[in-house]
Write a protein of this length. Structure first.
Ligand code: SF4
Length: 371
């Protein structure tokens, strides 16, 4: 068997209260979950369920759907019933859709205190309905739609303003004894966002949903989210995450999972340790790494595969990995668990690595170390 050390997490987690979003626990030490949001019209039930199925397959654990119209509200009960993962209805502006979502059996409802008019008067009723149905509420504050009173008070969406909005809203629910709440305070600037979550974490014990809002296209959004979530999660802050990208939602999920794996907040799956290449490389490292990555796509076991361009760091890294190759002189030395098991011509490196990876994976699965 292959001995596996349990991953060492980045930090002690902040102690938050636990809520249950459908079957997914959030807070209270539960694993950090990854969520995303559909881009279909929610009223188009078929397209929405199709996208939710794709998101589920990509590892998404909780999905949010927008609910801007009555047709969308009408679609919620079918979507909530047929989705394999918990569905959160995302409500802006109209309190009536909050009630509709709760009654439709959504696993949670997200409300934005900044833009639901007369929301404060409705909190008692909402808290009552949510309690009756066991539906948690996410208080989702967003810099772009901050409560006007707070915008006037602070001049702009500062961390203090975001936190005050969230805690004010939470206090209204608390007045009615309702604490089944999680909170987000999103901003598009990671620095402001990080500070807001730090302040919020210090001032309440609600589970926190991390997000950098409007993070941008895939490259920029990935980096902004990774930096911001990395900073917070390394302080133990954050119970569920959503990466926002101007890209298909399954991409958000991939990035979210990778962030958690990078921080050892989740068992790593396939990890390709490939060198950046340099003037010493004796093989096209990029191509080799891409081909190995593609060949092993979908592998569910925590396998570390080293792809090294030459024999300087090659054998060392290859030895640290479960499996690896160090190239040189048109050949590849294939390492398994630190031992050179064979040397193959360059043209056979990819297929040999994939073959050996499959063997190790099968053994790992047998030993029950699947991620
Ligand atoms: Fe350069 Fe070799 Fe290091 Fe790759 S392993 S970066 S080729 S020295």
């Amino acid at each position: 068997g292959v001995p596996q050390l349990p991953p060492r997490p980045i930090a002690e987690r902040r102690l938050s209260r636990r809520i249950d979003v459908g079957q997914v626990p959030v807070g209270g030490g539960a694993p950090v979950s990854v969520q995303s949001m559909t881009t279909t019209r929610t009223s188009d039930i078929g397209a929405t369920l199709q996208q939710i199925a794709e998101l589920t397959a990509s590892g998404c654990q909780i999905v949010r759907v927008a609910c801007p119209t009555q047709d969308d509200a009408d679609a919620l009960s079918t979507i909530a019933r047929k989705s394999q993962i918990p569905v959160i209805a995302d409500i802006h502006f109209q309190p009536k859709y909050v009630f509709a979502a709760i009654e439709a059996g959504c696993a949670a409802v997200r409300v934005n205190p900044g833009n639901i008019k007369q929301f404060d008067d409705k909190v008692k009723e909402i808290a009552g309905a949510a309690r009756d149905h066991g539906t948690p509420i996410r208080i989702g504050v967003n810099a772009g739609s901050l409560d006007r009173r707070l915008l006037q008070k602070y001049g702009r969406a500062t961390p203090e303003a975001l936190v005050e909005s969230a805690l004010w809203e939470a206090s209204l629910f608390e007045e009615h004894g309702f604490r089944d709440i999680k909170i987000s305070v999103k901003h598009n600037d990671p620095v402001v966002m990080i500070e807001a979550y730090r302040q919020l974490a210090a001032r309440c014990d609600y589970p926190l949903h991390l997000g950098v809002t409007e993070a941008g296209p895939a490259f920029q959004g990935t980096i902004k989210s990774a930096v911001a979530f990395g900073a917070l999660l390394s302080e133990g802050i954050g119970d569920t995450i959503r990466v926002s990208l101007s890209a298909p939602p399954a991409e958000e999920v991939k990035v979210g999972i990778q962030i958690l794996e990078s921080l050892n907040l989740r068992q790593r799956r396939l990890e390709i340790v490939s060198c950046p290449s340099c003037g010493r490389a004796q093989v096209d490292v990029y191509k080799l790494a891409d081909e190995v990555t593609a060949g092993l796509d979908g592998m569910e076991v925590p396998l570390r595969v080293a792809v090294m361009g030459c024999v300087v760091n090659g054998p060392g890294e290859a030895r640290e990995a479960d499996l690896g190759v160090a190239s040189g002189n048109g050949k590849g030395q294939i390492f398994v668990k630190g031992e050179v098991i064979k040397t193959v011509p360059e043209s056979k490196i990819v297929e040999t690595l994939i073959e050996e990876a499959m063997k190790i994976a099968a053994q790992m699965e047998q030993d029950g170390v699947a991620a």
